[in-house]
Design a protein around this ligand. Structure first.
Ligand code: CU
Length: 321
Protein backbone atom coordinates (compact mmCIF):
# COMPACT_ATOMS: atom_id res chain seq x y z
CA UNK A 1 0.00 0.00 0.00
CA UNK A 2 2.69 2.42 1.02
CA UNK A 3 4.74 1.50 -1.99
CA UNK A 4 1.80 1.98 -4.25
CA UNK A 5 1.07 5.31 -2.72
CA UNK A 6 4.64 6.39 -3.09
CA UNK A 7 4.59 5.40 -6.71
CA UNK A 8 1.32 7.18 -7.10
CA UNK A 9 2.77 10.29 -5.54
CA UNK A 10 5.61 10.19 -7.92
CA UNK A 11 3.19 9.81 -10.75
CA UNK A 12 1.24 12.75 -9.55
CA UNK A 13 4.35 14.80 -9.69
CA UNK A 14 4.93 13.71 -13.22
CA UNK A 15 1.46 14.63 -14.06
CA UNK A 16 2.11 18.14 -13.18
CA UNK A 17 4.95 18.22 -15.58
CA UNK A 18 2.89 17.70 -18.62
CA UNK A 19 1.65 20.91 -19.89
CA UNK A 20 0.79 23.07 -22.71
CA UNK A 21 3.01 24.84 -24.86
CA UNK A 22 3.78 27.01 -27.58
CA UNK A 23 7.32 28.13 -27.30
CA UNK A 24 8.49 31.51 -28.21
CA UNK A 25 11.18 33.89 -27.16
CA UNK A 26 10.04 36.99 -25.40
CA UNK A 27 12.12 39.89 -26.54
CA UNK A 28 12.15 43.62 -26.18
CA UNK A 29 10.90 43.84 -29.73
CA UNK A 30 7.57 42.47 -28.61
CA UNK A 31 7.07 45.12 -25.97
CA UNK A 32 5.87 47.45 -28.70
CA UNK A 33 5.31 51.20 -28.57
CA UNK A 34 7.43 53.09 -26.13
CA UNK A 35 7.28 50.46 -23.41
CA UNK A 36 10.74 49.50 -22.20
CA UNK A 37 11.73 45.86 -22.54
CA UNK A 38 11.26 43.94 -19.28
CA UNK A 39 14.46 43.16 -17.40
CA UNK A 40 16.04 39.76 -18.15
CA UNK A 41 15.02 38.35 -14.77
CA UNK A 42 11.29 38.91 -15.39
CA UNK A 43 9.91 36.02 -17.43
CA UNK A 44 6.35 36.20 -18.69
CA UNK A 45 4.38 32.98 -18.95
CA UNK A 46 0.89 33.27 -20.38
CA UNK A 47 -1.94 30.80 -20.00
CA UNK A 48 -3.93 30.99 -23.21
CA UNK A 49 -6.79 28.55 -23.35
CA UNK A 50 -5.22 25.26 -22.33
CA UNK A 51 -1.70 26.10 -23.44
CA UNK A 52 1.28 27.93 -21.99
CA UNK A 53 3.14 30.56 -23.94
CA UNK A 54 6.58 31.61 -22.80
CA UNK A 55 10.26 31.65 -23.63
CA UNK A 56 12.12 28.40 -24.20
CA UNK A 57 15.40 29.74 -22.83
CA UNK A 58 16.17 32.15 -19.97
CA UNK A 59 19.30 33.21 -18.05
CA UNK A 60 19.97 31.87 -14.55
CA UNK A 61 19.59 33.63 -11.20
CA UNK A 62 16.66 35.00 -9.19
CA UNK A 63 13.82 34.83 -11.70
CA UNK A 64 10.42 36.47 -11.40
CA UNK A 65 7.78 34.54 -13.32
CA UNK A 66 5.03 36.92 -14.31
CA UNK A 67 2.13 34.53 -14.81
CA UNK A 68 -0.59 36.07 -16.96
CA UNK A 69 -3.81 34.09 -16.97
CA UNK A 70 -5.28 35.27 -20.26
CA UNK A 71 -7.71 32.35 -20.32
CA UNK A 72 -11.21 31.81 -18.92
CA UNK A 73 -9.98 28.97 -16.68
CA UNK A 74 -8.01 28.68 -13.46
CA UNK A 75 -4.42 27.45 -13.87
CA UNK A 76 -1.09 27.22 -12.10
CA UNK A 77 2.46 26.93 -13.43
CA UNK A 78 4.40 24.28 -11.54
CA UNK A 79 8.09 24.09 -12.40
CA UNK A 80 9.35 20.51 -12.61
CA UNK A 81 12.93 19.31 -12.77
CA UNK A 82 12.94 16.25 -15.04
CA UNK A 83 15.65 13.60 -14.94
CA UNK A 84 18.25 13.83 -17.72
CA UNK A 85 16.88 13.01 -21.14
CA UNK A 86 13.20 13.25 -20.22
CA UNK A 87 11.41 15.48 -22.70
CA UNK A 88 7.96 17.02 -22.51
CA UNK A 89 6.90 14.65 -25.29
CA UNK A 90 8.08 11.57 -23.42
CA UNK A 91 6.48 12.83 -20.24
CA UNK A 92 3.20 13.44 -22.05
CA UNK A 93 3.17 10.03 -23.69
CA UNK A 94 3.97 8.16 -20.49
CA UNK A 95 3.29 9.76 -17.13
CA UNK A 96 0.71 12.22 -18.44
CA UNK A 97 -1.15 9.56 -20.33
CA UNK A 98 -1.07 7.16 -17.38
CA UNK A 99 -2.31 9.79 -14.93
CA UNK A 100 -5.25 10.42 -17.20
CA UNK A 101 -5.96 6.69 -17.40
CA UNK A 102 -5.83 6.56 -13.58
CA UNK A 103 -8.19 9.54 -13.32
CA UNK A 104 -10.59 7.95 -15.80
CA UNK A 105 -10.51 4.81 -13.68
CA UNK A 106 -11.19 6.79 -10.50
CA UNK A 107 -14.13 8.55 -12.10
CA UNK A 108 -15.51 5.20 -13.24
CA UNK A 109 -14.95 3.60 -9.83
CA UNK A 110 -12.74 1.03 -11.56
CA UNK A 111 -9.99 0.23 -9.05
CA UNK A 112 -8.35 -2.31 -11.34
CA UNK A 113 -7.99 0.30 -14.07
CA UNK A 114 -6.49 2.76 -11.57
CA UNK A 115 -3.94 0.20 -10.38
CA UNK A 116 -3.14 -0.82 -13.95
CA UNK A 117 -2.46 2.81 -14.87
CA UNK A 118 -0.22 3.41 -11.86
CA UNK A 119 1.67 0.18 -12.59
CA UNK A 120 2.76 1.64 -15.94
CA UNK A 121 4.64 4.56 -14.44
CA UNK A 122 8.29 4.55 -15.48
CA UNK A 123 10.96 4.18 -12.79
CA UNK A 124 12.36 7.65 -13.52
CA UNK A 125 9.26 9.27 -12.10
CA UNK A 126 10.88 8.92 -8.69
CA UNK A 127 13.64 11.26 -9.82
CA UNK A 128 11.32 14.04 -10.86
CA UNK A 129 12.00 17.20 -8.86
CA UNK A 130 9.87 20.26 -8.21
CA UNK A 131 11.04 23.83 -8.20
CA UNK A 132 8.12 26.07 -7.26
CA UNK A 133 6.50 28.25 -9.88
CA UNK A 134 3.32 30.36 -9.77
CA UNK A 135 0.42 28.99 -7.72
CA UNK A 136 -3.28 28.75 -8.52
CA UNK A 137 -4.49 31.84 -10.34
CA UNK A 138 -8.08 32.62 -11.31
CA UNK A 139 -8.98 33.76 -14.85
CA UNK A 140 -7.92 37.21 -15.97
CA UNK A 141 -5.38 37.69 -13.20
CA UNK A 142 -1.63 38.14 -13.14
CA UNK A 143 0.60 36.58 -10.51
CA UNK A 144 4.28 37.03 -9.69
CA UNK A 145 6.41 34.28 -8.23
CA UNK A 146 10.17 34.41 -7.81
CA UNK A 147 12.57 31.47 -7.45
CA UNK A 148 16.30 31.01 -7.97
CA UNK A 149 16.88 29.18 -11.26
CA UNK A 150 20.13 27.29 -11.75
CA UNK A 151 21.23 26.24 -15.26
CA UNK A 152 19.44 23.16 -16.54
CA UNK A 153 16.31 21.77 -18.14
CA UNK A 154 12.88 22.31 -16.62
CA UNK A 155 9.20 21.78 -17.48
CA UNK A 156 6.31 24.05 -16.56
CA UNK A 157 2.99 22.24 -16.14
CA UNK A 158 -0.62 22.75 -15.08
CA UNK A 159 -2.71 19.74 -14.07
CA UNK A 160 -5.98 21.50 -13.31
CA UNK A 161 -8.83 19.59 -15.00
CA UNK A 162 -11.55 20.54 -17.48
CA UNK A 163 -14.31 17.99 -18.02
CA UNK A 164 -12.23 15.41 -16.18
CA UNK A 165 -9.22 15.89 -18.45
CA UNK A 166 -5.97 17.12 -16.93
CA UNK A 167 -4.64 20.19 -18.68
CA UNK A 168 -1.35 18.31 -19.06
CA UNK A 169 -3.02 15.60 -21.11
CA UNK A 170 -2.23 15.68 -24.82
CA UNK A 171 -5.18 17.08 -26.80
CA UNK A 172 -4.22 14.85 -29.75
CA UNK A 173 -1.46 12.85 -31.43
CA UNK A 174 1.81 14.77 -31.32
CA UNK A 175 0.39 17.68 -29.35
CA UNK A 176 1.30 18.86 -25.87
CA UNK A 177 -1.16 19.89 -23.22
CA UNK A 178 -0.29 22.59 -20.65
CA UNK A 179 3.39 21.88 -20.68
CA UNK A 180 6.31 24.11 -21.49
CA UNK A 181 9.97 23.23 -21.93
CA UNK A 182 12.32 25.68 -20.27
CA UNK A 183 16.11 25.75 -20.49
CA UNK A 184 18.06 27.90 -18.06
CA UNK A 185 21.43 28.95 -19.46
CA UNK A 186 24.77 29.58 -17.75
CA UNK A 187 24.36 33.30 -18.38
CA UNK A 188 23.52 35.20 -15.16
CA UNK A 189 20.63 37.66 -14.97
CA UNK A 190 22.31 39.38 -11.97
CA UNK A 191 18.93 40.07 -10.36
CA UNK A 192 18.87 40.72 -6.62
CA UNK A 193 16.96 38.44 -4.27
CA UNK A 194 13.52 39.95 -3.51
CA UNK A 195 12.88 41.69 -0.18
CA UNK A 196 9.82 40.35 1.64
CA UNK A 197 7.50 42.09 4.11
CA UNK A 198 6.20 38.77 5.46
CA UNK A 199 7.67 35.27 5.75
CA UNK A 200 5.83 31.96 5.83
CA UNK A 201 7.34 28.74 7.11
CA UNK A 202 6.01 25.48 5.69
CA UNK A 203 6.44 22.30 7.65
CA UNK A 204 4.70 18.96 7.29
CA UNK A 205 2.37 20.12 10.06
CA UNK A 206 1.22 23.22 8.19
CA UNK A 207 1.79 26.88 7.36
CA UNK A 208 2.65 29.71 9.76
CA UNK A 209 3.70 33.33 9.51
CA UNK A 210 7.12 33.58 11.15
CA UNK A 211 8.12 37.16 10.36
CA UNK A 212 6.55 40.42 9.21
CA UNK A 213 2.89 40.93 8.43
CA UNK A 214 0.46 41.23 5.55
CA UNK A 215 -0.63 44.76 4.66
CA UNK A 216 -2.98 46.54 2.26
CA UNK A 217 -1.36 47.03 -1.15
CA UNK A 218 1.57 45.17 -2.65
CA UNK A 219 3.01 42.37 -0.50
CA UNK A 220 6.08 40.29 -1.23
CA UNK A 221 5.83 37.05 0.71
CA UNK A 222 8.80 34.80 1.34
CA UNK A 223 8.07 31.09 1.72
CA UNK A 224 10.56 28.89 3.55
CA UNK A 225 10.12 25.19 2.86
CA UNK A 226 11.40 23.94 6.21
CA UNK A 227 9.97 20.50 5.44
CA UNK A 228 8.64 18.79 2.34
CA UNK A 229 6.74 15.51 2.01
CA UNK A 230 5.41 13.09 -0.59
CA UNK A 231 1.77 12.54 0.28
CA UNK A 232 -0.12 9.38 -0.77
CA UNK A 233 -1.92 11.48 -3.39
CA UNK A 234 1.43 12.20 -5.05
CA UNK A 235 1.45 15.84 -4.07
CA UNK A 236 3.52 17.71 -1.49
CA UNK A 237 3.60 20.94 0.49
CA UNK A 238 2.88 24.18 -1.35
CA UNK A 239 1.01 27.42 -0.71
CA UNK A 240 -1.74 29.23 -2.60
CA UNK A 241 -3.59 32.39 -1.67
CA UNK A 242 -7.39 32.46 -1.79
CA UNK A 243 -10.06 35.00 -1.04
CA UNK A 244 -12.40 34.20 1.87
CA UNK A 245 -15.67 35.78 0.77
CA UNK A 246 -18.16 33.78 2.84
CA UNK A 247 -18.42 31.33 5.72
CA UNK A 248 -18.21 28.38 3.36
CA UNK A 249 -15.22 29.56 1.29
CA UNK A 250 -12.68 27.49 3.22
CA UNK A 251 -14.84 24.37 3.13
CA UNK A 252 -15.42 24.70 -0.61
CA UNK A 253 -11.72 25.15 -1.32
CA UNK A 254 -10.83 22.32 1.07
CA UNK A 255 -12.95 19.89 -0.93
CA UNK A 256 -11.75 21.17 -4.31
CA UNK A 257 -8.02 20.85 -3.70
CA UNK A 258 -7.88 17.03 -3.98
CA UNK A 259 -7.21 16.16 -7.65
CA UNK A 260 -8.32 12.55 -7.12
CA UNK A 261 -12.01 13.40 -6.87
CA UNK A 262 -14.29 14.10 -9.81
CA UNK A 263 -14.79 17.71 -8.71
CA UNK A 264 -11.21 18.10 -7.46
CA UNK A 265 -9.10 20.66 -9.33
CA UNK A 266 -11.88 20.83 -11.92
CA UNK A 267 -12.34 24.25 -13.52
CA UNK A 268 -13.99 26.49 -12.43
CA UNK A 269 -12.75 26.72 -8.84
CA UNK A 270 -15.31 27.48 -6.12
CA UNK A 271 -13.21 30.38 -4.77
CA UNK A 272 -10.91 33.03 -6.21
CA UNK A 273 -7.20 32.21 -6.17
CA UNK A 274 -4.57 34.96 -6.30
CA UNK A 275 -1.37 32.98 -6.91
CA UNK A 276 1.20 31.39 -4.64
CA UNK A 277 4.26 29.17 -4.72
CA UNK A 278 4.28 25.52 -5.80
CA UNK A 279 6.25 22.69 -4.18
CA UNK A 280 9.96 23.16 -3.52
CA UNK A 281 12.46 20.86 -1.80
CA UNK A 282 13.03 21.13 1.95
CA UNK A 283 15.60 23.79 2.75
CA UNK A 284 14.76 25.98 -0.24
CA UNK A 285 12.72 29.14 -0.45
CA UNK A 286 10.94 31.39 -2.92
CA UNK A 287 8.68 34.42 -3.06
CA UNK A 288 5.38 35.57 -4.44
CA UNK A 289 4.00 39.06 -4.77
CA UNK A 290 0.34 40.02 -4.54
CA UNK A 291 -1.63 43.27 -4.32
CA UNK A 292 -4.08 42.85 -1.43
CA UNK A 293 -7.23 44.93 -1.03
CA UNK A 294 -8.74 45.04 2.47
CA UNK A 295 -10.62 41.80 3.11
CA UNK A 296 -10.34 38.21 4.29
CA UNK A 297 -7.90 35.72 2.80
CA UNK A 298 -6.32 32.35 3.48
CA UNK A 299 -3.11 30.60 2.57
CA UNK A 300 -3.99 27.03 1.62
CA UNK A 301 -2.21 24.00 0.14
CA UNK A 302 -3.11 21.91 -2.90
CA UNK A 303 -3.49 18.58 -1.13
CA UNK A 304 -6.34 16.39 0.13
CA UNK A 305 -8.21 18.13 2.98
CA UNK A 306 -5.65 20.84 3.69
CA UNK A 307 -7.63 22.24 6.63
CA UNK A 308 -7.35 19.03 8.66
CA UNK A 309 -3.66 18.84 7.76
CA UNK A 310 -2.95 22.32 9.16
CA UNK A 311 -2.52 23.87 5.73
CA UNK A 312 -5.11 26.64 6.02
CA UNK A 313 -3.98 29.96 7.49
CA UNK A 314 -6.59 32.72 7.53
CA UNK A 315 -5.78 36.40 7.77
CA UNK A 316 -7.49 39.74 7.38
CA UNK A 317 -6.15 42.80 5.64
CA UNK A 318 -7.58 45.83 7.37
CA UNK A 319 -8.42 49.11 5.69
CA UNK A 320 -5.56 51.57 5.81
CA UNK A 321 -5.98 53.76 8.87
CU1 CU B 1 -4.37 24.66 -16.44
Amino acid sequence: MTKEFTAAAILAALFMLQGCSQKREISGNEAGGNEPAPPAHVVEIRAVGMTFEGPSEIPSGWTTFKFVNASSMIHFALIDVPPDGITTELFTNTVGQYFQEAMDGMNAGDEAAVNAAFAKFPAWIGDLGRHGGPGLLSPGRTGETTVYMTPGHYFVECYVKSNGIFHTTSPGEGKLGMMLDLTVTEQQNNAPEPVANATLAIRNSGIEIVAGELKPGVNTIRVDFVEQQALPSFVGNDVHLMRVESDDSIGLADGWLDWRTKEGLEDPSPVVFLGGLNDMPAGSHGYFTVDLQPGDYAFIAEMPNPEAAGFVLRFTVATKS
